[in-house]
Design a protein around this ligand. Structure first.
Ligand code: HPA
Length: 236
């Protein structure tokens, strides 16, 4: 069933078996411009920029997921199910819930906690915590060791809400579930991988802190996030 409703691509071969997924489509362009050779632009609908190229000898696609679980849920499902993608590695940003985290720390997600109904509604799982795929995480750990980039293995919160009426509520989620940081996509990505028997992982860079209220600018993020991208690319 290609083209799909959200990816208007006729030829499956233009998409690699492994896809790196930043939230921001402009970050997908940045990754392609900075790290990849022989890049072909994928024209997908809804402005979600995608590129396929090579990192050394490894073919890889980078495509934006958009923000939030419904968005990554749609794009990752179509990539897995209809474009024969096997591995999706989300490379994103997160807000720190833990006072131990500093801006620009790089996290490897072992589990995503969410109060979202995504996995339940999909018919995959009634659990509130979903796992990343171990083999992908092990490759990411190996790559980080080779590059000497520290990676903190952790639980994160996938939230549906960015702006909250009660900004201190994060402390309960940190206490109860051990979620050290918040983003808005991993839980749906992990649910899709589970539903379709595919692989999913997520590495995140801390872009702001709910504890200290420090934040990075969009410009700083673009460059500082290269460490995380190198880990992802070297795990291929
Ligand atoms: N909340 C949700 N998602 C995020 C945040 C945040 O504070 N920072 C980066 N992604």
């Amino acid at each position: 069933m290609i083209p799909t409703p959200h990816i208007s691509l006729e030829n499956k071969d233009l998409i690699a078996k492994t896809v790196l997924m930043p939230g921001d489509p402009l970050r997908a362009k940045f990754i392609a411009d900075t790290f990849l050779t022989n890049v072909v632009e994928i024209n997908s609908v809804r402005n979600m920029l995608g590129y396929t190229g090579y990192y050394g000898k490894k073919k890889v696609t980078v495509m934006g997921s958009g923000m939030g679980m419904p968005s990554i849920g749609i794009y990752s499902y179509e990539l897995y199910k209809f474009y024969d993608v096997e591995n999706i590695i989300r490379v994103g940003s997160c807000g720190a819930y833990s006072p131990e985290l500093k801006l620009y720390d790089v996290l490897l997600v072992e589990k995503a906690y969410s109060e979202s109904s995504y996995a339940k509604t999909m018919g995959v799982s009634n659990r509130k915590l979903l796992n990343a795929t171990k083999v992908l995480n092990n490759r990411l750990i190996k790559a980080s060791e080779k590059l000497n980039i520290p990676l903190r293995k952790t639980i994160i919160h996938s939230s549906d809400v960015f702006y909250r009426m009660n900004p201190d509520e994060f402390k309960d989620i940190y206490q109860k579930y051990g979620a050290e940081a918040v983003e808005m996509e991993s839980f749906a990505l992990f649910a899709n991988a589970r539903a379709l028997n595919k692989r999913a992982a997520c590495i995140l860079t801390v872009s702001d802190s709910l504890v200290t209220h420090e934040a990075t600018t969009a410009e700083e993020r673009q460059n500082a996030f290269t460490k995380m991208m190198e880990v992802a690319l070297n795990s291929l």
